[in-house]
Ligand binder design. Structure first.
Ligand code: PLP
Length: 400
């Protein structure tokens, strides 16, 4: 029987047969570190340079390991294409820079990652881009922001660290009516938890550093969108140079092989922890709130059931009645959960938002974000559930 031309990120079965791997093919992805590709003739090199032929040429324009990540992330997120970057922030910057230039406006939700707030405050204005900040929970503000004819509308869902959600379906309808592309930072909930594209966003961005990297050992970012948007963003990347490096892309390829089961298990662990911790909540107790969309008490629980069909995310945030000093004390008592910023790795991580992701916000900024100084953010990993539960309960001084 003839081999069917099975398409994989590494080529077709027929290509394997003709390749140099005569006695078998690697079971795990190969790493291609070469920054350039040799050609047998001057003419074939010229064809590549003139873009008459598209193939490996020079790795700033693209290389096999980045392309494999792009193909797979686009497929799982439901996009036509994807473009990878050296970090989440370089992917985010590429989106803004590709849509808006000197004299343009962009609409950016107030409730976004601190790094994006900082980019909008310090870098975009230097390129002549005006930023209209709007409150994502006030629908009247959506209209105000869209009336200003921005080149792009930027939101994040779920939102760090409150795990509040943006109703992408409703917002995307408004953006479409106004002719404004909607971009969403979906880092906190990758596929299969949610697909922001299927919910209506035109572009999504992930920090690959988080769930897609999954092991706290690689920095990266990706934009997933239509072919048309990807072509524009890829052009920006070729000219500015922040492509995901081959070694980093290979680490993400390694992680993609376990992405779904890691994320599903992390989501299950987080929802169980949220439920057990929420049972201890009282107005004068150790915990005054547990923020996780799986909980019926969460303000966006119903929306989460529709928008996050694959789980509710694996980050949960606790508000401690004793405020900031109690958060510091609990953090220091943890034995298993690692004290570090970031999220999405196999190991559980804990941080205090006012000291890490939102350190730049003043009191009013924190209030508008819904961030309390007594919040502890936990990125739930893959440790056995009972070990995690007892570590957190002991650190908080709760009866197990
Ligand atoms: N978006 C969100 C929601 C994040 O939490 C982060 C980093 O923590 C980023 C973007 C930036 O990603 P990176 O650190 O890979 O540049």
């Amino acid at each position: 029987m003839q081999d069917s031309p099975r398409q994989t990120p590494y080529g077709t079965a027929a290509e394997w047969t003709n390749s140099s791997h005569r006695n078998g093919v690697p079971a795990s992805p190969s790493l291609e570190r070469s920054s350039t590709w040799a050609r047998s003739t001057a003419q074939s090199l010229r064809d590549l340079g003139m873009r008459a032929v598209h193939d490996d040429f020079y790795s700033r324009y693209g290389h096999p390991n980045a392309r494999a990540v792009e193909a797979e992330v686009a497929a799982v997120e439901g996009g036509a294409g994807a473009v990878t970057f050296a970090s989440g922030m370089s992917a985010i910057h590429a989106v803004f820079a590709s849509f808006a230039g000197h004299g343009d406006r962009v609409a950016v939700a107030r409730q976004v990652y601190g790094g994006v707030t900082s980019l909008c405050r310090h870098e975009l204005p230097r390129s002549g881009v005006e930023v209209d900040v709007f409150d994502v929970f006030e629908e009247a503000e959506w209209d105000r922001a869209l009336e200003a004819k921005p080149r792009l509308c930027w939101v994040e869902t779920p939102i760090n660290p409150t795990m509040r959600l943006v109703d992408l379906h409703r917002l995307s309808e408004r953006c479409r009516a106004a002719g404004v592309p909607l971009a969403c930072d979906a880092t906190f909930a990758p596929a299969p938890v949610q697909s922001a594209l299927r919910s209506g966003a035109d572009l999504i961005v992930h920090s690959l550093t988080k769930y897609y990297g999954g092991h706290s050992d690689v920095l990266g970012g990706v934009v997933v969108s239509s072919h048309e948007h990807c072509r524009v963003i890829e052009g920006f990347r070729a000219r500015t140079g922040a492509i995901l490096a081959p070694d980093s892309a290979w680490l993400v390829q390694r992680s993609l092989r376990t992405h779904r089961i890691r994320v599903e298990e992390q989501n299950r662990n987080a929802a169980r922890l949220a439920r057990d911790l929420a049972e201890t909540v009282s107005p004068d107790g150790v915990l005054t709130a547990v923020h996780h969309p799986s909980l019926p008490s969460h303000p966006d629980h119903e929306l989460a059931r529709a928008q996050m069909p694959g789980g509710f995310g694996a980050v949960l945030t606790l508000t401690l009645g004793g405020g900031y000093p109690a958060a510091v004390e609990a953090m220091e008592r943890l034995q298993l959960v690692v004290r570090a910023p970031s999220l999405g790795g196999v190991e559980s991580l804990v941080s205090i938002p006012v000291d890490s992701s939102h350190v730049g916000l003043d009191e009013e900024g924190l209030r508008l974000h819904g961030i309390d100084p007594g919040m502890l953010r936990v990125s739930v990993g893959l440790e056995p559930f009972e070990s995690l539960r007892s570590d957190l309960f002991a650190a908080l001084g709760l009866d197990a």
